[in-house]
Design a protein around this ligand. Structure first.
Ligand code: MRU
Length: 349
């Protein structure tokens, strides 16, 4: 079975330190909100749904030591904790979606004693975690219908168990097809500069006994030209109401190449990744990362000291390059502005 990426253990978070993979499978036991903040910004936990779960558990960390029954002070602390967490990574909307859901849960029970609200918050966070596990499996089953026996899929970044509670979105589609007995193989983009494809996707796929071939990002066009790829399936950090999709930097290039070669380009994401408040992708905030991740990633300098760097962590793929969006409610076809709204479950509003 895929690994458990992040979980709540009575009074703390237990999570895999993804920066240590694939060499070491090390778990962090996090009891402190600031330690969690560092873990999110430094990508010890990463991937949109996993960050959302970390946000929900972070609300518990930030409020669990509160004692007494002063509602005004408790709700002020709750808001402050949510704001702090939302600021740790700006692009993946699952983070603010989860903290907002926690605030709404608390507000629904505002008249209860603080101790009771704390208990209800813990229940809500566990529900978010449990729902993610179930949603990924549903999404995976819908997506698996698109894969023929013998299909070869190109992936970008990591979208597996490590990016969610424990199963994955785009890789969940591959896992699901594999569980159905289909032979599916994967070409994994290595995903510069932090190599989530090389370090994490290959590790997960090989653990599951699924054939995976690692390629440099700049090999994607050539493997499509060589007709080795049946389809691209990748994840999303935020999808605007019209289907424009922010995902790991390099996704847009893959989409352009896929269109040129007539290769279907699928985005796999839960409804918690769709931001209906944004009409199009130009409104999505794009995180920029430190220059050192490009010039001396993994401890080896690869550019002259002082080199100017531009390192957006994500790019936005226009909706017209996306063949379909695979969700837990089914495979949504264009036009996305209409069809995403129609497919949206009431529970995600
Ligand atoms: O910077 P990261 O590693 O958090 O970026 C992750 C991605 O871009 C994933 O593709 C996305 O979050 C979807 S994960 C199911």
């Amino acid at each position: 079975m895929p690994v458990t990426t992040i979980e709540w253990c009575t009074d703390h978070i237990r999570m895999i330190d993804q920066t240590r993979l694939p060499d070491d499978l090390v778990h962090l036991e996090i009891k402190d909100l600031e330690v969690l903040g560092e873990a999110i910004t430094s990508l010890r936990v990463r991937g949109a749904p996993a960050i959302g779960i970390a946000g929900a558990f972070g609300i518990l960390l930030g409020t669990r030591m509160f004692t007494g029954d002063d509602h005004a002070r408790f709700f002020a602390l709750l808001e402050k904790t949510a704001q702090y967490l939302n600021g740790t990574r700006p692009t993946a909307v699952n983070l603010s979606w989860a903290t907002r859901r926690m605030l709404l849960a608390a507000n629904r029970h505002r008249s209860e004693p603080v101790r009771k609200i704390q208990e209800l918050l813990e229940e809500e966070a566990l529900r978010i975690w449990e729902e993610d596990r179930e949603i990924c499996r549903r999404l995976g089953r819908h997506g698996a219908e698109l894969l023929r026996d013998g299909a070869t899929v190109l992936t970008h970044c990591n979208t597996g168990a490590l990016a969610t509670a424990d199963y994955g979105t785009a890789l969940g589609v591959v896992f699901s097809a594999h569980e159905q007995g289909k032979k599916v193989s994967v070409y994994a983009d290595e995903t510069r500069p932090l190599l989530q494809g090389a370090r994490l996707n290959t590790w997960e796929l090989m653990n599951e006994g699924i054939e995976v071939t690692l390629i440099c990002d700049n090999t994607a066009a050539f493997v499509m030209q060589q007709k080795r790829i049946d389809c691209v399936i990748l994840g999303a950090d935020r999808i605007a109401a019209n289907g424009d999709t922010a995902n790991k930097i390099g996704t847009y290039s893959v989409a352009v190449i896929a269109e040129k070669h007539g290769v279907p380009f699928y985005v796999a994401a839960p409804f918690s990744t769709i931001d209906f408040s944004l009409s199009n992708g130009s409104q999505i905030p794009i995180e920029e990362r430190a220059a050192e991740e490009v010039t001396e990633g993994f401890g080896r300098r690869t550019a002259a000291p002082g080199t100017k760097v531009y390192s957006p962590a994500f790019d936005v793929t226009p909706a017209d390059l996306i063949t379909a969006i695979i969700t837990e409610e089914g495979v949504v076809q264009p036009p996305f502005d209409l069809n995403l709204k129609t497919a949206r479950p009431a529970s995600s509003e």
